[in-house]
Each structure stands twice: as C-alpha cells, then as structure tokens.
Design a protein around this ligand. Structure first.
Ligand code: HSC
Length: 686
C-alpha cells in the first residue's frame, strides 16, 4: 500500500518501505501511520522474508515531529509503532543515511538489524530540547550499546559517526557501496540465508548490573553536575537509564514514559523547544525568495584589535581567505600573533588537525594600507567606536573596494546610516555586529541600514550560517537588540546599590537565575573603566566612580566590586561594601533587603519592557529573534528561553503591575504601550 509519504516495493522476497517526507522525514502522524500500514501489509504477505525501512531525501528520520509536541499525540504513537516493528516475526532492517536522530534512532533500535552508510550520524539529542528519548531509547540504547555509552549519547546529546556506532553496537554493519538500498537488500538476503535470529533489543541484558549501573551513573553525575545546573532533562535521563538496569523492559518503558511526560510539561523544555524553532525562524527575513546571496571568497578585516582579530579568526575558521589591515604596524603584528597563536592552540588541543591549521594560516594575510582591499568581496570594519573615524574609513574603503563588494561595519551602537552616507554606495553597506570574543560567541547581529539592498542582506544572513553563528536581523538603533536590552539590566542593577543591596547579592540572584555571571562580576571582568566611566569628569557620584577613582578597575587591577587572589578567585570587597553602605546612607532612600526573586524581577522586568519597545519600533522582526539573540549573545539561560518566553511564563499583567509600581516611586522607566496593551488583552508575546 502506498501513501503520499511512503512506498512499499518488493525486491525478490524483501519488502522495502521507503518514507519520503521532506525536509527531514520527521516522524509525524502521517509518517507513523504509513510505516505501520506498510509493515502490516508486508507482514501479511507470506512471501516476504525480511523488511527494510529506509528514507528518501537528505536523511533518515530526524526524530519525532517536534511541531506536534505540546498537543495530544495521535495514533499510532511512536512507542506502539516501535513495539510493532520489534515484534515482527521476520527480520526488520533499518537502512540509515544522513542523520538518524531522536525518534529516528529509536526506530532503528526497534528494528532487528541496522545498516548505515559511512557518512551517517546517529544521535539522541532530545536533551537539547529539554526532553529524553521517550520512545524506548532510554531502555534499548543501554541494552545495545551499554550503560556508559547510553549516558554519553543521551545526556551528552552529541551524534556519533557510523564507525563509532558500529564499535559500540548501535549498528550492525556499514554499507560499502554507493547504493544504500541495494546494500540493505544484500544484507537482508544474507541474514535470511544465515537464518539470523530476530535480535530484539528488549530481550538483551544491559552490560552492567543494577548496582554497577548506579555507580557508573553516580560517577558521571559527579563529574558533570556543574554543566547541568538548571536543566531538568539530564537528571531524568539518568533515572531512566538506571531503570533499564534494575527492572524488566516493560517496566522500564513505563518509567521512561513518566519521566518523559514530566519533562514535556516543564517550562524548561518549552523554553528549549522554543529556542530550537527560534533559531530556524531567525533565518527567515523579508527579502524576495529569488534574491540569492552574493558569492564571498575573500574578506578584509579592518582593525587588528580584539574585535578585528576575533572576526578574522571567525572567518578563517569558516574557510575564508582573510586579510587583516591596520595602519599601525605594531597593532597589526600584535593582532596577527593573536590569530596565529589561537590557531596553533586549537591544533595543540586537537580541535583541528595540523593540516587544517596550516591551511588557515596560509589563508591569512596582513596589510597596512587600505588599498589592499581592492579584490576582496567583503570588507568588515572593526575600528574604534567613533562615528567620525568610521566615516573616514568608509570614505576610504569606498575609494578602494571593487564594485559589488559588501562594506560591513562592526559598530555596536553607532548609526549605520550615517556611516553608509560616507560612501557613494549605501546599498552595499550593512552592519555585522559580532560579540566578543568574535570567534566564539554565536550571535551575529545583521544590521539593516535604510538603503541596504536585499542581496546584501541575504548575503549577510547567509554568512552568519556559514560562520556557524546565529544571524539575527536588527534595524538601526542605539545598541541594536542584545546590548540595548541588556543595558537596562545594568541600569537596574546600579539602581539597587543606593538601596543598600550588595553587588554580590545581585550577582548571586542572576547566577541563580542561570546566567554564567552577574552584572557586577561582568564589570569586574571587562574593567570598570571600560564601560561608562569618564575619567575626566569622575566625581564620586556613583559607586563605580568611587571604585575607579580608588584604582579598583576590576580583575585586571586585583579588585573592583570584588577582591581577587592570585588565582583570580573572588571575594566580596570590604571597600566596595563600605562604599555601597555609604551611598545607601546618603541616598535618603529606605534600605531594602531583597530576596533573589525580587532582585531578578528588579533587573529583568525592565529588560522585558525594552524588548517590547524593540518590537513596537520594528527594530526586531519577531519576539523569538530577541530571545535567540539573548541566548546566543548574552548566555541567557537556554532553559529559560530568553526574555520574551520568560515574560509570557511570568505573566505580562504581573510584569506591568510591578513596573507601574516602580514608575510610581519615581524610577525612570517608560512603560512600553505594547507591553501594557498585551497585558490588558491577556495576550502573550509568542
Ligand atoms: C524526539 O525525537 C523525541 C523522541 O524521543 C520520541 C518522543 C516520544 C513521544 C511519544 C510519547 C507518547 N521535527 O535544522 P534545519 C525542520 S525529539 C519537526 O534547518 P539542517 C526545521 O524546523 C526530536 N521539524 O536543517 C526546519 O524547518 P523550516 C529529536 C523538524 O539540514 C527544517 O526541518 N530530533 C525537525 O540544518 C530543516 O531543518 C532532533 O532534535 C523535527 N524533528 O539540519 C533533531 N527537525 O525549514 C532536530 C528539523 O520550516 N533536527 N525540522 O525552518 C536537527 O537537528 C536538524 O534539523 C537536522 C537537519 C540535523 C536534522
């Protein structure tokens, strides 16, 4: 029986079920039904001696259909389908190409045998969605591959190669020809000829006893516990794996289902699934479909400072030819040393091979004159943040760059339109706002100027993907998306000090929320003199000014809000504490002792308000773009999903009421009409 997503054919005595459900053969209800129908038909045919399940298109099943999550699952459900496959009375063989992920790998494990092409990747990445493999994966993987490998696959979440999968027993054979279907048929014929038994994962024992499995899991937990703070899924996965060793298969499946449902209902998983789709939605921008990205092969980066060399590395790592330009020979030499040292360090740590390192170094060149950009396809300016300087550079770039080259600025807050106006070709000018360190941070804000052409915009967005980053479109405004909203967090944190709230209490509340560090720890790291301190006009008006005037510039000077020992371990600074107390005493404001939750609200509700303004002003295209930007650029905890989904979970009326109460006490917050309106209408951002 053939359906729109499947075809059932026969090659001699072998039935071949081919699923074709683009883009990634997700196991949505129509696919599940088609597989079950085809399996039933094939098994009803007494001439069929074995059944092969494979996929057309770019990949084997990439998992359950995530768009169905949060709604009732329609029959046949995955566990039932997989049970039917496993119980078949003739061999069922999964033939794998592309990526067998999540439910896709679970399907393969419910088959009796598995063959995969050498380039296939197999994985159980549900943990990244805040879930566990909920269709038997937690019970079948330990039986096929062992407890330790199961933990790595499911809690680590990283796919493995076909050769590794073969080694750990996840698959039985690697296809050697170019035609997977033909190889699978040959394999099936061999299994029939050998009278191979129906190898059901459910009937296998785990490699470890219940006690040893517990010990293995406990050791893993201890080693990795820090990385999983705030995430619910790793713990539930470990519980489910433990169940595979201490009870019969069917009981283990029941335990898995309970633990899966718990995760599915959790705000953490909702947030992580939101981010999965937010990342993909961000790539969709309003340019005509037929606008193709322009080809980019060689890149010039102007400025050899921290940003310039980080950007250079980002492009080199993605395989581009990069020329770094700086008029200062000393600066250029320093930047080049940093670039080359970083590439050597990557190779020394085994992250890249020596050949790759050498190829990247060969693709890297330097120059001291802007005239060197004449043949480059993309020029990225990364000089000091001063409008007149950037305008001057763009004027010169305009004179040297070839027609059609893309002229990009890495400005983090300046008016891109004023920069573009310095050239004769504003349509070719775009903002590429990298976040430091530019070779590491995933966020790339693509800033659209008033005149930026669609082709340039499409190219910039596409570049983001090629650089392994998440490109988020932003219109021009002070600070663009991520920096603009997070500045409100800094303001709010500063406002707590004159109320007697200690910086370390603020930081603890933020790390408790899930940020890797709080605003004062960040200031100490970056340097108190770097952000918002005007040495000439400093007059002890703020805690920051007092600290800077006392030479407490942060970690680099041995102390800021915190004191640091020789290993840079921080302890609250008595000097900073006395300064805060002094300000609090002089402020005349009632001293406050705030709980961590109150501090979180104090800092992050203004952020939500600013996000709403970005939407109101059309700076961000959609609420999910803002969430994605904050997760990728500011390490907003992914299990919170970003400020917009978090605001929805908090409840917009609660946020508006809190902000209005603060405005009534004189706090300089301008409430976003969009936020207020949504709260009144009972709407959400997403
Ligand atoms: C799972 O499997 C749970 C199970 O354990 C079972 C649960 C049991 C429940 C029953 C209990 C009773 N679904 O990424 P791309 C879309 S959880 C729906 O740009 P690439 C994607 O949104 C799942 N849609 O392509 C995009 O759509 P757009 C575990 C999915 O080539 C389009 O496909 N699996 C989808 O760069 C192209 O995607 C995973 O977590 C899905 N599963 O990468 C794998 N997967 O064009 C998730 C993709 O409209 N997927 N889409 O924007 C991936 O990692 C990547 O998509 C691939 C392809 C590596 C597959």
């Amino acid at each position: 029986m053939n359906s729109p997503v499947s075809s059932l054919t026969k090659v001699g005595h072998i039935a071949v079920v081919t699923i074709d459900s683009p883009p990634v053969n997700a196991l949505g209800q129509p696919v599940r039904k088609a597989i079950l129908d085809d399996l039933t038909t094939a098994l009803a045919d007494t001439e069929v001696a074995a059944i092969i399940i494979l996929c057309a298109g770019r990949t084997f099943f990439a998992g359950a259909d995530i768009t169905e999550f949060g709604k009732p699952f329609l029959a046949p459900e995955l566990p039932d389908l997989f049970g039917a496959i496993e119980q078949a009375d003739r061999p069922v063989i999964a033939a794998i190409h592309g990526t067998a992920l999540g439910g896709g790998l679970e399907l393969a494990m419910s088959c009796h045998y598995r063959i995969a092409v050498p380039s296939a990747k197999l994985g159980l990445p549900e943990v990244a969605l805040g879930l566990l493999p909920g269709a038997g994966g937690t019970q079948r993987t330990p039986r096929l591959a062992g407890i330790a490998a199961a933990v790595d696959l499911m809690v680590g979440g990283k796919p493995v190669s076909a050769s590794h999968a073969l080694k750990i027993g996840l698959i039985d054979r690697i296809a050697d020809g170019a035609d997977l279907a033909a190889d699978a048929v040959a394999y099936a014929q061999q299994l029939i000829a050998d009278k191979a038994p129906l190898r059901r994962a459910r009937d296998l024992d785990t490699d470890l006893s219940a006690e040893d499995a517990q010990a293995c899991i406990a050791a893993w937990r201890e080693k990795n516990s820090k990385a999983f703070v705030g995430f619910k899924a790793p713990d539930n996965i470990l519980k489910a794996i433990a169940a595979s060793a201490d009870r019969p298969f069917d009981d283990g499946i029941r335990r898995e289902a309970e633990l899966f449902q718990e995760l599915m209902a959790s705000p953490e998983s909702a947030a992580q699934r939101h981010i999965f789709f937010a990342e993909r939605a961000a790539a969709k921008i309003p340019v005509a479909k037929d606008v193709a990205p322009l080809p980019i092969a060689s890149v010039a980066v102007i400025g050899a400072g921290t940003m310039g060399s980080g950007i250079t590395l980002a492009f080199l790592n993605a395989g581009y030819q990069v020329r770094m330009i700086d008029i200062s020979e000393a600066g250029l030499a320093r930047g080049a040393r940093h670039v080359e040292a970083t590439l050597h360090a990557l190779a020394d740590k085994g992250r890249i091979s020596q050949q790759v390192r050498d190829a990247r170094i060969a693709a890297f060149s330097t120059a001291t004159s802007l005239s060197a950009i004449a043949d480059d396809d993309l020029i990225v300016e990364a000089v000091f943040e001063r409008l007149d300087l950037k305008q001057q550079i763009f004027r010169e770039i305009d004179g040297f760059a070839k027609p059609g080259a893309i002229l990009a600025s890495n400005t983090s807050f300046l008016d891109l339109n004023q920069i573009a106006a310095a050239t004769q070709r504003p349509a070719d000018v775009v903002g590429l706002h990298f976040f430091a360190p530019a070779n590491i941070m995933r966020l790339l804000e693509v800033v659209q100027g008033a005149a930026t052409s669609d082709a340039v915009l499409a190219t910039a967005m596409n570049l983001g993907r090629k650089l392994g980053k998440v490109a988020i479109l932003s219109q021009v405004c002070d600070g663009f998306i991520a920096n603009r909203v997070m500045a409100r967090r800094t303001d709010a944190a500063d406002r707590l000090l004159p109320l007697g709230v200690m910086p370390w209490d603020v930081d603890a509340a933020m790390t408790g929320y899930g940020f890797p560090m709080g605003p004062f720890q960040m200031m100490d790291l970056v340097g108190l003199d770097v952000i918002g301190w005007d040495r000439e006009n400093s007059a002890g008006r703020t805690v920051q000014e007092v600290l800077c005037e006392a030479g407490r510039l942060g970690q680099k000077s041995g102390g800021g809000y915190y004191d640091y020992d020789e290993k840079r371990r921080a302890t609250p600074s008595p000097f900073a504490e006395a300064t805060v107390r002094d300000f609090a005493a002089r402020s005349g404001l009632p001293l406050q002792s705030l709980s961590a939750q109150e501090i979180v609200e104090s800092l992050l509700y203004p952020v939500v308000n600013e996000c709403a303004k970005l939407l109101e002003e059309g700076i961000a295209l959609r609420a999910s773009d803002i969430d994605m930007a904050l997760v990728a650029g500011y390490a907003w905890p992914v299990y919170r999903g970003g400020p917009m989904i978090w605001a929805d979970q908090e409840g917009l009326p609660r946020i508006v009421a809190a902000l209005e109460a603060r405005i009534a006490t004189g706090e300089p917050i301008a409430l976003s009409p969009l936020l207020k309106d949504k709260a009144q209408r009972g709407e959400t951002f997403l």
